[in-house]
Design a protein around this ligand. Structure first.
Ligand code: GDG
Length: 468
């Protein structure tokens, strides 16, 4: 079997306490790589002055070899905080209003991709399969091709690929689109994303379409397919079951004192629809006053990207909003919203999912959303909780038996909360069983194998050709 070389912006080295990183890409890739082994290259998370970037740091944990590189402070500012998180992230999540395009950041983005290529180059062996992840590294294959790499190179986009009109609002879109054609296999979360990408290509007259999935550009050919990312379904279910026996779980149950638990778990991010969700919960409590004192929303929201101003502002906004609702509706012995602004350990999270009667997963736009899948896997099949899921999460394409909502419709979501809490156990079981069947079929191993089989199955390595 060919060696697998994975490249992603961050490399989540598990810490000694076993705390898993709060991020979908990290969780999924860690699981996939642990099973197969290989090399994982990415940013160490450290930034330094221009002359202080040292050699790669190498370490091995189990059968994964890690290669970590530092970046300069300027790199982090321009490539990561700048172009990746203030242009690509908002645009791919349909937030043109938040995109702050600047030439300096764009140049930094391409420069750091060239730097990643130079760090990867000495590590590559002829038969390696190279799998590059996410929006930070779109031009990486084009850079590697320029430097003569002929290996099979795949790319998986964890976030949505937007509709052409949205994508085209980004000044540098043509260069990015062209650099996508340097890959052999392009993976998207959903068919919808794949179609958006294909529409962008055809609007630019870029490439000929051979069939639904295959394209040619000059002498190069590539495939673009959807590979919905999954979780380690059975392992996660077992983790949640075990967690139900722990002291923390018992303490939490005791503190609920018979109230029904509703749960929300999201990195603090404007794409996750947290403020709209709290509005919907408040509307539910106000319009169903008999539910007050009978339910509690536990919102777990680890901080993320606090160095980006929108995220810092949002952190304040959500805390204020939760405080306002608690102040307006709470009583001396009942707090409507318990708001936690830090990361919990994964087993604790699994146990809380299992205890909850309802999960509110209401992103305004999301590539997939693994929280939705984890919540379902964690349930007790005899008396499962209900998943309330945004239509705009990639997961809604698969989990059609969830209660699907439009998160922009606050009152509609409030009604759906009421319906979900009143749902009879037979209907809950039926919906849960159907979703579990999907999650067992499309688990993280199926995602990984599906992508890598396509990557490995292609034609013999092509001639190195500059893609742009
Ligand atoms: C990106 C895409 C796509 C969250 N809080 C804690 C914690 N988490 C874990 C969850 C889950 C992960 O983080 C979040 O994954 P999501 O998929 O929900 O969202 P993103 O981080 O935005 O991920 C997304 C994903 O990539 C994979 O392709 O699905 O659409 O945006 O696993 O459990 N983990 C721990 N403590 C927490 O407090 N331990």
């Amino acid at each position: 079997m060919a060696r697998l070389v994975v490249v992603s912006n961050r490399v989540p080295i598990p810490d000694k306490s076993g705390t898993a990183p709060a991020g979908g890409l990290a969780v999924a890739l860690q699981t996939a790589l642990e099973a197969r082994g290989g090399l994982w290259l990415g940013w160490s998370g450290r930034s330094c002055t221009d002359d202080a970037v040292g050699p790669l740091q190498r370490l091995k944990e189990g059968n994964i070899e890690y290669a970590l590189t530092d970046l300069t402070e300027r790199d982090v500012e321009e490539y990561y905080q700048g172009f990746a998180n203030r242009v690509l992230w908002p645009i791919c999540h349909y937030r043109l209003d938040l995109a702050e395009y600047g030439r300096r950041e764009m140049a930094g983005y391409f420069r750091v991709n060239r730097f990643f290529a130079s760090r990867l180059l000495p590590l590559i062996e002829p038969d390696d399969l190279i799998w590059i992840h996410d929006y930070h590294l779109i031009p990486l294959a084009a850079e590697l091709r320029r430097q003569g790499v002929t290996n099979r190179i795949g790319f998986f986009l964890h976030i949505p690929w937007p509709a052409p009109d949205v994508f085209h609002a980004m000044p540098v879109h043509e260069a990015l689109l062209t650099s996508m054609t340097a890959y052999d296999v392009l993976g998207f979360q959903t068919e919808h994303d794949r179609e958006n990408f294909a529409d962008c290509l055809s609007r630019h007259g870029l490439g000929d379409r051979l069939d639904a999935f295959r394209f040619t550009v000059g002498e190069r050919s590539f495939t673009a397919r959807s590979y919905p990312i999954g979780i380690e379904t059975d392992d996660f279910a077992a983790l949640a079951k075990r967690a139900a026996e722990t002291a923390l779980h018992k303490r939490m149950l005791q503190s609920l004192d018979g109230k029904q638990l509703i749960i929300g778990v999201d990195r603090l991010d404007y794409s996750k629809g947290i403020t709209q969700r709290i509005d919907a919960f408040e509307s539910f409590l106000t319009r169903h006053a008999d539910s007050q004192r009978k339910v509690t929303l536990l919102q777990i929201t680890p901080k993320s990207r606090s160095e980006v101003p929108e995220y810092e502002a949002m952190q304040r906004a959500v805390a204020e909003q939760a405080g306002r609702v608690n102040g307006a509706l709470g009583t001396v012995d009942w707090v409507p919203i318990r708001y936690i602004n830090r990361s919990l350990r994964r087993p604790a999270l699994a146990g809380l999912y299992r205890m909850a009667k309802l999960a509110l997963v209401t992103p305004l736009r999301d590539g997939m959303n693994l929280v939705a899948k984890e919540f379902v896997a964690a349930q007790n099949g005899e008396d499962p909780g209900v998943l309330l899921l945004s239509r705009f999460a990639g997961a809604a394409q698969e989990l059609k038996e969830a209660v699907l909502v439009n998160p922009y419709d606050v009152e509609g979501t409030a009604d759906a909360i009421a319906r979900s809490l009143a749902m009879p156990v037979e209907e809950r079981r039926e919906r849960w069983t159907a979703m579990m069947t999907t999650l067992r079929t499309n688990d993280v191993f199926a995602w990984c194998d599906g992508f890598l089989d396509d990557l490995a199955a292609g034609p013999t390595p092509q001639q190195a050709r500059p893609a742009a």
